[in-house]
Design a protein around this ligand. Structure first.
Ligand code: GUN
Length: 290
């Protein structure tokens, strides 16, 4: 079997196009959604994410507010900025890039964001809404994974889903989202006994562990849908000394021979995260402004 490649880049482009259309309609009614992104420190990967977020925000016609703070920023100062963004009527969404420097309690910052502007979906109010099936803002990466899975199988109801990874950002909200879709969900993690065997039971497998190519081809049930959240940089000696490449949490070539559909890395889940962030910003703007 050769799997359908789920093209996240193309899906994200289409989604951004639809968002741009809706933003243009809102502009005709006289308002433009705004997203504030806050970054503390100089971490190059975070800087790149934030730059891409700001660029795509502007590309869909929204306003982007960037706040770059030095690594020495104190918690009180960041909380003060969040309070000002909460009160700013031009700001519909607030994202504080993680990780934060050690002197700042990230949970405290997340809980300070107005849940109505929490476009990351990390606030306990939004996490609780997802858990109880009440509409709210949903964490972007799991939302992107769900949309990609539904792009190859509209109705996921009744599927046995396995989520590998239990992080607050991906694993736990992913499991909750799949429950809302009537999947039977198992959450596996580093302490799971016989992980390979648990994965073999999955009609839908979501890998979000951050371990390069950990999920092998013989862990995949024939015909399964495989969603790979991993973005791992590894040495690539074939390309030359010191060269690297990005691989997922799934051994792609092996898994593609067994699965019915699979997301590639790069070009699968990755592009969906920012597209879903923009979708959440649009949703937050529409809800706030009625
Ligand atoms: N750092 C890595 N991924 C994310 C994300 O989705 N949101 C935020 N705020 N920080 C991140």
């Amino acid at each position: 079997m050769s799997a359908t490649i789920i093209d996240g880049k193309a899906y994200a482009e289409g989604l951004r196009g639809r968002i741009a259309g809706a933003v243009s309609d809102l502009a005709d009614q006289g308002f433009t959604p705004g997203l504030a992104v806050v970054i503390v420190g100089e971490d190059p990967a975070s800087q790149l994410y934030v730059k891409n977020k700001a660029r795509q925000t502007v590309e869909v016609g929204m306003r982007s507010f960037e706040h770059r703070l030095p690594a020495s920023t104190g918690e009180a100062e960041l909380l003060d900025l969040v309070a000002r963004l909460n009160a700013d009527p031009a700001v519909d969404g607030i994202l504080v890039q993680l990780p934060l420097p050690r002197q700042i309690d990230a949970q405290k910052v997340i809980e300070a964001i107005d849940p109505a502007k929490d476009v990351d979906g990390f606030h306990p109010i939004n996490a609780g809404r997802l858990m109880t099936g009440v509409p709210g803002l949903v964490s972007c990466t799991p939302l992107g994974c769900l949309l990609l899975a539904q792009s190859v199988r509209r109705d996921l109801s009744g599927l046995d889903a396995v989520v590998v990874g239990r992080s607050n950002i991906v694993g736990k909200p992913m499991a909750q989202l799949l429950i809302t879709q009537s999947c039977t969900v198992t959450v596996a993690h580093s302490k799971t006994r016989d992980l390979a065997d648990v994965c073999r039971g999955a009609d839908l497998l979501v890998a979000a562990v951050g371990r390069p190519e950990m999920v092998r081809g013989d862990w995949i049930k024939p015909g399964a849908i495989v969603i790979d959240v991993g973005i791992n940089r590894v040495p690539n000696p074939a390309a030359g000394e010191g060269k690297t490449k990005v691989v997922g949490d799934v051994a792609y070539a092996e898994a593609a021979g067994v699965a019915s559909a699979i997301t590639p890395v790069p070009g699968g889940v990755g592009p969906m995260t920012i597209a879903c962030l923009l979708r959440n910003t649009l949703e937050a703007a529409c809800l706030r402004r009625g």
